[in-house]
Design a protein around this ligand. Structure first.
Ligand code: PRP
Ligand code: URA
Length: 217
């Protein structure tokens, strides 16, 4: 594992102790799907909280029981774009943080032979209806899926896009940064490398299978 963003200018890796503690449990082979889903949710909340630090606000008047004062209201319309399947487990946490967010699902799977993304579901409306898009996917491996998702959103008219992952590989960060240097990546960890099958090492295995109990054996 690499300690920090390793010089990638678009990458923000959380250093929060709560994230690091939960991440070790998430990686552990013996963590069952129920606990795994809880951890995906909890780490997503913490990484998402950091990713939203520069969301736009506007001032509002608030009356406390004692006097009027000025408060803040979120000015950005937020769009959450979970990448099916594995990104689904990150949605509830992000909705807790941003209850008014719109959720637009995007279905992509990685062809196991070519490692290229295949799009199978997209119900985005004709024109962009949000100001800030947060793509949710626990794993950034080759970067093929994330790059394709960003292209879909840019074609849709999205101008501010962030990618929220739990674990990323240097290969994927490099690929996304090259194709989309304007997209910030927020992650709980930057791991060492991909293996010959395109899995993140040390990683956590298959994030979709571990959440939904669909791994073989
Ligand atoms: C995983 C993961 C990403 C993708 C990352 O999804 O959730 O979407 O692989 O790999 P990449 O960076 O090389 O594109 P997968 O294709 O396994 O689909 P699933 O979520 O349905 O399990
Ligand atoms: N997708 C996963 O779920 N895990 C990996 O390590 C790579 C891609």
């Amino acid at each position: 594992m690499l300690d920090d963003a390793a010089g990638f200018s678009t990458l923000h890796v959380s250093r929060h102790p709560a994230v690091l503690h939960k991440l070790a449990l998430l990686r552990a082979q013996g963590t069952e799907p129920k606990k795994f889903r809880e951890l995906v949710r909890e780490i997503s909340w913490l990484v998402g909280y950091e990713a939203l630090a520069d969301a736009h606000l506007r001032p509002i008047e608030v009356s406390t029981p004692l006097e009027p004062t000025v408060g803040a209201k979120l000015a950005d319309r937020i769009g959450l774009i979970p990448i099916l399947r594995a990104g689904l487990g990150m949605v509830d946490a992000m909705l807790e943080l941003m209850p008014t967010a719109q959720v637009w699902h995007l279905g992509l799977f990685r062809d196991e032979r070519t490692l290229r993304p295949v799009e199978y579901y997209n119900r985005l409306p004709d024109t962009a209806s949000v100001d800030l898009c947060l793509i949710l996917d626990p794993m950034l491996a080759t970067g093929g899926s994330a790059t394709a998702a960003i292209e879909v959103l840019k074609d849709w008219g999205a101008s501010r896009i962030k990618l929220i992952n739990l674990i990323c590989a240097p290969e994927g960060v490099r690929a996304v940064a090259k194709a989309h240097p304007d997209v910030a990546i927020h992650s709980a960890a930057l791991d060492r490398q991909l293996d010959e099958r395109g899995y993140i090492m040390p990683g956590l295995g298959d994030a979709g299978d571990r959440q939904f109990g669909t791994g073989l054996g």
